[in-house]
Design a protein around this ligand. Sequence first.
Ligand code: BG6
Length: 306
Amino acid sequence: MSNTEFEALNQRYAIPGHVQFKEGPGGLAIAEIANSLAESTITLQGAHAMAWQPRGQEPVLWLSRFGKFAPGKSIRGGVPICWPWFGPHAEDAKLPGHGFARTVMWEVLETQAQPNGATFIRFGLIETDATRAQWPHPSSAQLRVTVGTELKVELVTRNTGSTPFQIGEALHTYFHISDVADMAIRGLEGCAFLDKVGGGSIRKTQQGPIVIESEVDRVYLDTEADCLIEDRGLKRQIRIATRGSRSTVVWNPWIEKAEKMGDFGPEGYRGMVCVESANAVDNVVTVLPGAEHVLQAVVSVEALAG
Ligand code: BG6
């Protein structure tokens, strides 16, 4: 983005004490949000929140120190937006995994300083011939983000055409944790899940809280429960509350897979876990003509008792 474009963006949407636009890592344009409650950085490519840190807290989102920041490349960490499909495309393996939303440009449509001190920003996915070739359905995708003591992320899909379509989607959030050995995830006890480790898709049922001691890649189905990441090392608990989300994906690549990925770093997998608010597999969503579907996640941090 040129200096003139940044100037125009700042003139229209910057708010002192809340948000400004500048060049970020790899030359990507970013919204830098800093208010009295929290800080966050969101790239315009992918409308991708890379960081969120409430004042007085350790970072809540994990971002790889070895990530690639370049036009058209997905960022390893933060909140990638998977849309309009989750995982591999159902019919065409050549299309990008998790859809194209995370690697295309989004535009800023609105910014707002909220009375409680939070900052609100709304993005719209920019359609191009390339996106239309992959997704030939008249539609619009917007992302609404509120940065405060909570991080609220809402992915809004509108069907602007005259025939229904189906979407898969995820707010593929990477959480920063002290160490995977000091962590458990609660909220999915008794839930059915699809175990994707090893490329399979075996259906199982979750017994007790989730502890991670090897590669984990699971799609929990038909659940709207809050998830709690209990982090004994950081003595805190991250709560993920959702709306419009029927699946939760839990992912940690562990040693070998992280090494193969090349953008995790040697010990990266130990300090992260993905808990993704999603609609995937059995839970893909049909959006009717003229209708809107909202996938929402609200992340907050609580002290861990004891
Ligand atoms: C998770 C999937 O959501 O994302 C995993 O369940 C996948 O199978 C992971 O490996 C990371 O995907 P990507 O495309 O960002 O490397």
